[in-house]
Design a protein around this ligand. Sequence first.
Ligand code: M6R
Length: 369
Amino acid sequence: EKSGYDYFMLKEIAEQPHAVAETLLGRLNEQGDLLLDEVRLTDQDLRDVDKVFIVACGTAYHAGMVAKYAIEHWTRIPCEVELASEFRYRDPVLDRSTLVVAISQSGETMDTLMALRHAKEQKARVLAICNTNGSTIPRESDAVLYTHAGPEIAVASTKAFLTQLVACYLVGLHLAQVRGIKYADEVGAVVAQLQEMPQKVEQVLAMMEPIRKLARELADAKSVLFIGRHVSYPVALEGALKLKELAYMHAEGFAAGELKHGPIALIDEGTPVVCVVPSPRGRGVLHDKVVSNIQEVRARGARTIVIAEDGDTAVEPYADHLFHVPVTPTLLAPLVTTVPLQVLACEIASARGHDVDQPRNLAKSVTVE
Ligand code: M6R
């Protein structure tokens, strides 16, 4: 069933263009309007929403972090994202005009389920983004948007993550559309950009050989750090999580701007630092800030592994290893920048001789709190 791949994880990484395309399929009519049939909330319910809370765990939480940037930008509704295991113990302020979005691949994660139940007790509306038809989380939600990633077997989440991002973008665009606010103008353009993403993910996958080679060189590293800003910050966290769970290595993700407030002290001669660089177009300030963060870590001896957009020449002088991803709008960039980090973790783990699909101490679905 691995269709010739050594691991399910590699197969699932390769399936990502298809998974993204499937998750977009049937959600747009001929005019390009979003059709979220599975969302059983009325448009009026969605117009009444004055606050969005996203709750999730692990990789799904990182998808939620990306979603916050997109949802707030497109809808201007305040959006918070919280680890499901923390959410209900904090006594969050919720009422019937709060939309709680629970993201879960399995639909059975107990922490997320308990957060959802708490939200319902407080009368909030709950929308599930889930990959498993008929599982508990969608069954207990007011509305569901299924990701169409297909079954994910490897413990490390890959294709489910990309499809969770797509589903989150669709929710954000739909909210913007029904509420008719200023950024609703952007909806058609973003939908067209989303349609191009399967092909861009395919392009990234075709360029992974140098990442595999680098992975073999990094297999003995003591620690790997990941930095990013804006939507690349959750991508950095996701890259670090993959490496921890598969390679059992110390790995940490940081917001690039936070380095100087402490973590930069970790950098030693040769410490690998993976830097996820935002597009130089659009929000140029963001790009330039990350480039200076790369200079800072390199000046302290870091071995910089840079993921940057095609044509971004400004990063070249500071990159010990440079990997390009296709030109992509800033908010959608995690769909391409995450892929090299998945491959890197998988290959490092494999070089260290670990069982990539069944890492120690972990289960695919965590059904205890
Ligand atoms: O099934 P869920 O999406 O609710 O699972 C959440 C996390 O347990 C999951 O994403 C976990 O972090 C993965 N093993 C990460 O690769």
